[in-house]
Design a protein around this ligand. Structure first.
Ligand code: FDA
Length: 392
């Protein structure tokens, strides 16, 4: 079969690229080895797809080249995607921090993309794996499970390694290396952290305990959001966010009371409630079981009147700077994204085209551009897909 554009991967980036290319009259084929398209879109945002973020800026992305994402993000903005969502009459709302979700279901986003593909004459083949990719006179020859496809342009939109049970594979990295591209080391991002040894023993039975607002920090980077204890360690938005910046051995600190001056507050409590025990006082601002555990591990719980000012200052300081010794991450099994990937040095930032092999493009998560939690990763998928779709 001959097409103008072959796209490997019918996820967010691949479908977006297909729409833009199809609308330009290009003959587009999208192949995906999964049995249905957009599986990650379907499972995203708890089934409601956090499809973009109103606060997208290039600073919300991790990449060896922090400038790379600027051009595509500037040319296809959250407003552009919102216009598409509104054109399809999909109701949405802002949950918090600029995060936009469907009111009903992420299925609507997949339906929207498929409708747009259909109107643009895009052909999609699911359950169609890719066996081999070669350069040919016309461009590329790709052996798929349904036979050989000849294409002028080849777009690799096969995503990262996160959630292998949903069809994630390293094919994109293999194709990149095969064509001379560097692939930067990959690791799981937006992922729960694990604890081990005594650190796990200390907190294991707190699984399910949630804090609405902590500030998790690694070095100078910090995120203020919720945190959750799990059976294996810690999770919740603040932890997922900081996980992308955390490397094994890094010092992770948690401010348990970021909105309070803890020492001054404790001092005031000593005056107001001299007979109350510290663990009960702390239970006013922290989950009760955590307050109890902190008192078992760190500070003896006594009636407030028995604490000296200096002791309360010390307790306050510890509450603002809780050292969490993480042993690792839960890995690709639960990670929302894959950090690292195809080195942007080898790609044009305006078109996503390879600088080494004309006609070869890399878009979406396979590229070394990874967003924060909160709709940033889909916005990168849409923007990079659109950038390539305009020129393939
Ligand atoms: P994506 O992974 O979507 O698509 C790649 C496609 O390539 C898949 O369909 C796959 O089957 C196919 N493929 C892979 N290997 C292949 C092979 N060898 N042959 C053929 N096809 C192959 N982001 C966000 O902004 N908001 C959110 O709410 C969420 N929520 C969320 C929840 C969960 C549980 C996860 C795992 C991830 C998110 N994300 C997210 C991240 C977001 O889903 C992700 O960044 C984008 O889907 C990336 O889009 P891509 O198109 O690049 O890859």
């Amino acid at each position: 079969m001959k097409v103008d554009v072959l796209i490997i991967g019918a996820g967010a980036a691949g479908l977006m690229c297909a729409i833009a290319a199809g609308q330009r009259g290009r003959r587009v084929l999208v192949v995906d080895h999964a049995n249905k398209v957009g599986k990650k879109i379907l499972m995203s945002g708890g089934g409601r797809c956090n499809f973009t973020n109103l606060g997208v800026t290039p600073a919300s992305y991790l990449s060896a080249n922090p400038h790379f994402a600027k051009s595509a993000l500037a040319r296809y903005t959250p407003s552009d995607f919102i216009a598409l969502v509104e054109k399809h009459r999909i109701a949405y709302h802002e949950k918090e921090l600029g995060q936009l979700f469907c009111d009903d279901s992420s299925k609507q986003i997949v339906r929207m993309l498929l409708d747009e593909c259909q109107q643009a004459g895009v052909r999609i083949e699911t359950s169609c794996g890719v066996e081999r990719v070669r350069r040919s006179q016309e461009g590329f020859s790709v052996i798929t499970a349904r036979g050989e496809v000849h294409a002028e342009s080849l777009v690799v939109a096969s995503g990262g390694l996160s959630i292998p049970s949903m069809g994630a594979s390293g094919l994109g990295y293999d194709i990149a290396r095969q064509h001379g591209h560097a692939v930067l080391p990959v690791r799981a991002g937006l992922v729960p952290l694990t604890l081990s040894g005594k650190h796990q023993e200390h907190y294991q039975d707190l699984a399910g305990v949630a804090l609405p607002a902590v500030e998790a920090s690694v070095g100078k980077r910090s995120f203020r959001a919720g945190m959750l204890f799990t059976h294996r360690g810690i999770s919740g938005p603040a932890i997922l966010q900081i996980s992308s910046y955390w490397h094994a051995g890094d010092d992770l600190r948690i401010d348990l009371l970021p909105d309070q001056e803890a020492a001054a507050w404790l001092s005031a409590q000593r005056v107001a409630r001299p007979a109350a025990e510290l663990k009960n006082v702390l239970a006013d601002v922290l989950p009760k079981r955590l307050a109890q555990r902190l008192c078992e591990l760190w500070f003896e719980s006594r009636p407030m009147r028995q604490y000296r000012e200096a002791e309360l200052a010390n307790i306050g300081a510890q509450l603002h700077d809780w050292p969490m010794v993480a042993s690792g991450t839960e890995g690709y099994r639960t990670a929302e994204v894959t950090l690292g990937g195809v080195d942007t040095d080898g790609l044009s930032s305006s078109t996503m085209q390879s600088k080494l092999v004309p006609g070869l493009f890399f878009i979406g998560e396979v590229v070394d551009v990874t967003g924060w939690l909160g709709g940033y990763n889909f916005q990168w998928a849409w923007a990079s897909g659109q950038a390539a779709g305009e020129v393939v």
